[in-house]
Ligand binder design. Sequence first.
Ligand code: TA6
Length: 297
Amino acid sequence: EIAKGINGLDKIVLRECRSRSAEVYLYGGHVTSWKNENGEELLYLSSKAIFKPPKPIRGGIPLCFPQFSNYGPVESHGFARNRIWELDANPPPLPSNSSSDAFVDLILRPKEDDLKMWPNNFEFRMRVALGSEGELTLTSRVRNTNSDGKPFSFTFAYHTYFSVSDISEVRVEGLETLDYLDKLRNRERFTEQGDAITFESEIDRIYLSTPTKIAILDHDKKRTFVVRKEGLADAVVWNPWDKKSKKKISDMGDEDYKHMLCVEAAAIERPITLKPREEWKGRLELSAVPSSYSSGQ
Ligand code: TA6
């Protein structure tokens, strides 16, 4: 089941019929690949990605936990994305997956160093499933296993990097008229005015209380990504554009910003709080459909 990936890191390859596949690294519990029936890659993964702990992998689906960004005491975007996860030998039954799905169950528990930074015991279980229609589902369950009766709070994001053919021809639908926090302007709160979101410069926004469905229309590819989410109120939209990627992001090619877009199902504005033994579930389902079939859905 486990194969060797880049730099000898362990990865799990999920295969569905007709060339569909997905790859998950134990390092970070990180999905690095999701391919459709034509073998086309649907996620952006930087060709300069460094597959070497503790540097998180640039692209795919990094998990931001227990903290999104640098708003708190933990390292930026938390530590789940640069820890080695394990296969979960006792996964909870998840009835939503049909028996035809290919899936893997992973688990992360804190180590001593993690507890120094964030003094909370937890079990983070994640199932990655590739469905019979090619949809990719990530179901996360975080449980508070503190024995001292202490609750804890965390923020979270599935920091998904979609592959797009030309960012200037991409539209995001489903976030119109919503409030957002603009990370480029001190996290000030604004209200989205326009129709769909289009891209002509750097963007880094946290849209608040978003609908459960968001669509990313890739005009050139005639493809629509449909993002469905549960338990995740917010949605981050990020593209670093040319200057930031050149100057600040050394593990990304200079022109790569044209071919990627992050749309991240997240829980940021209102952190999730769990009492001991309580569990939170956050689900992300991604599908990629030809644009002609997606209008009006
Ligand atoms: O989700 C958007 C964001 O928080 C941006 O502000 C940007 O810095 C990005 O994530 C990438 O962060 P990273 O730590 O992976 O370089």
